[in-house]
Design a protein around this ligand. Structure first.
Ligand SMILES: NC(=O)c1ccc[n+]([C@@H]2O[C@H](COP(=O)([O-])OP(=O)(O)OC[C@H]3O[C@@H](n4cnc5c(N)ncnc54)[C@H](OP(=O)(O)O)[C@@H]3O)[C@@H](O)[C@H]2O)c1
Length: 253
């Protein structure tokens, strides 16, 4: 399946994989709306292509979301592909489940998407041919690992939610997709002080995401395979074996 160019809306389109996806989609003939909080970053990306338009939005601001969906849909006529890539990331301290830290990540990564879901579904139901809703989760959402309690929990919850939405929205001709990247270079990973196996270039990660979205019908788009497949295998192990591996990720006392 190859999807013809249409209208895309990328949340987190001012930086990282979102900006790279916006530029690649624009080059392929799509009209692209990009959103995020920092207008200057959105403007920098939009300056690179007349097909990209900035729409400043904070996904924690529920009042602004409904209006943003209406603005994007009325400016472009429809929304064929919605990509949610907004995320906050902070390594969690070992054995510390600090409420404020959790709240900040859940509010953006999970509830940010939930706030957008109903207005988007209503828009896609109204338009001929339905649409696609894609969320950038992560292989980090496959299971819980030390030092990433809050982030992993948000990504795991997103994967679970998207599984439900995939089934529930199919009759409405809305296709739900889940992106599960490994590590790629971005402002987010620049904060990491641990080894990141198979770290990808941002543009290469964006290309994998777009190819998966436009050239396949798959629910899950996981890459790079050399990281995604071992992670999938780890997820399938019986818990005693799984925990014997994750125990080794803890620092020596
Ligand atoms: N880098 C990796 O290795 C990796 C791996 C797996 C998954 N991911 C996921 O990929 C997605 C993109 O991340 P990235 O690595 O490309 O890093 P990034 O450049 O930091 O992208 C995160 C984006 O989210 C936006 N954002 C954050 N809070 C927001 C809010 N409240 N409202 C609206 N937008 C908000 C940011 O823009 P503003 O700050 O301007 O709002 C930024 O553009 C994230 O979902 C991340 O979890 C990344």
């Amino acid at each position: 399946m190859i999807t013809p160019p249409g209208v895309a809306w990328i949340i987190g389109g001012g930086s990282g994989i979102g900006a790279a996806m916006a530029l690649q989609l624009a080059q392929a003939g799509w009209m692209v709306a990009i959103s995020g909080r920092r207008i200057e970053r959105l403007n920098e990306v939009a300056a690179k292509s007349s097909r990209i338009k900035p729409f400043q939005l904070d996904v924690t601001d529920i009042a602004a979301i409904e209006e943003a969906v209406t603005r994007v849909a009325s400016q472009f006529g429809r929304i064929d592909l919605f990509v949610f890539g907004a995320a906050a990331w902070q390594p969690s301290r070992l054995a510390d489940y600090d409420f404020e830290g959790f709240h900040a990540l859940v509010d953006t990564n999970l509830l940010g998407f939930v706030r957008m879901a109903n207005p988007l579904v209503r828009q896609m139901e109204r338009q001929e041919g339905g649409g696609q809703i894609a969320v950038i989760a992560s292989v980090a959402g496959y299971f819980g690992l030390p030092r990433a309690a809050a982030y992993n929990a948000t990504k795991g919850a997103l994967i679970n939610l998207l599984q439900t939405m995939r089934t529930e929205l199919k009759p409405k001709r809305i296709r739900v997709r889940m992106l599960a990247p490994g590590f790629f270079k971005s402002e987010l990973t620049a904060k990491n002080d641990f080894p990141m196996p198979f770290l990808m270039e941002t543009d290469a990660a964006a290309k994998r995401a777009i190819d998966g979205l436009l050239r396949s019908e798959r629910f899950e788009i996981a890459f790079p395979r050399r990281l995604a497949w071992p992670m999938k295998l780890l997820r399938m192990l019986p818990y005693p074996v799984f925990f014997s591996i994750t125990d080794k990720m803890m620092p020596k006392p």
